[in-house]
Design a protein around this ligand. Structure first.
Ligand code: SF4
Length: 240
């Protein structure tokens, strides 16, 4: 399930070039206009019986079509932290390309982090990995993951996996997407095995290089194709 308390974003790094937000969604809502949505307080909305409309034990992907740490949302974020604090029975996954704004509006009781918040730092190339990940690791966060998506080149994460629980890798989607080389994906997987953390190949991207051949992959088949390669490492597999 996705929760988008606000909409709108703008590009800040190479991986943003063909962001899907700049597709039909942007045409409808305006791409650079940052606005609160009518789902702003969705996790704490109650029904006529006084029960939460969203039941507990769920994972909510938060701000996956915008960025949680946009400066335009600094005031709203205070309310969102309070919502997250109230729903300790929901796990909030927050993915960002603006990890360097993490400390800006943390709630006063954050301390070492909330148990139900899982922060994902996106890095699409080595330069951004070397800039964002040392910052990411220096912040007080209880649960961390890295998203190499869209992956744009081979990335060495080995110095940054300590204290990270999981890595996700995905290719870029779109007519002009840049290719995703399977060797880059396998290499990151190897780094995860060595660090004993979980790994997930989420999609091949539109142009997938496998065994030296680049193939164009339909957007609706990219996730299945990645899954069928059978390289994901789950919690269970990690034990073996
Ligand atoms: S930060 Fe994320 S949502 Fe914003 S433009 Fe970049 S890829 Fe798109």
């Amino acid at each position: 399930m996705n929760w988008e308390p606000w909409t709108g974003c703008y590009k800040i790094s190479d991986g943003c070039t063909y962001c899907y937000f700049y597709g039909p969604h942007a045409k409808r809502y305006g791409q650079n206009i940052i606005k609160r949505t009518d789902k702003f307080d969705w996790p704490i909305k109650k029904d006529t019986k006084g029960e939460y409309k969203i039941k507990g034990n769920k994972v909510l992907a938060t701000c996956f079509a915008t960025d949680f740490f946009l400066s335009e949302a600094d005031e709203w974020r205070k309310e969102v932290w309070a919502i997250i604090r109230e729903r300790t029975d929901i796990e909030f996954l927050i993915l960002t390309k603006r990890i360097d704004r993490f400390l800006v509006s943390l709630p006063s009781d954050w301390d070492t982090g909330y148990d139900n918040v899982n922060i994902g730092c996106t890095v699409e190339n080595q330069m951004l990995a070397d800039y964002r990940l040392p910052l990411f690791l220096s912040y007080p966060i209880k649960h961390r993951f890295i998203a190499c998506a869209p992956i744009l080149e081979a990335i060495d994460l080995t110095s940054y996996l300590h204290g990270v629980e999981h890595v996700t890798v995905g290719g870029e989607t779109g007519r002009e997407a840049r290719e995703c080389d399977y060797d880059w994906v396998l290499n990151i997987r190897k780094q995860c095995i060595k660090a004993n953390i979980t790994f997930w190949f989420k999609n091949t991207g539109s142009f997938f290089k496998h065994n030296g051949i680049v193939k164009k992959i339909n957007p609706f088949k990219q996730s299945n194709m990645a899954k069928n390669l059978g390289i994901n490492i789950s919690e269970e597999k990690k034990l073996f």
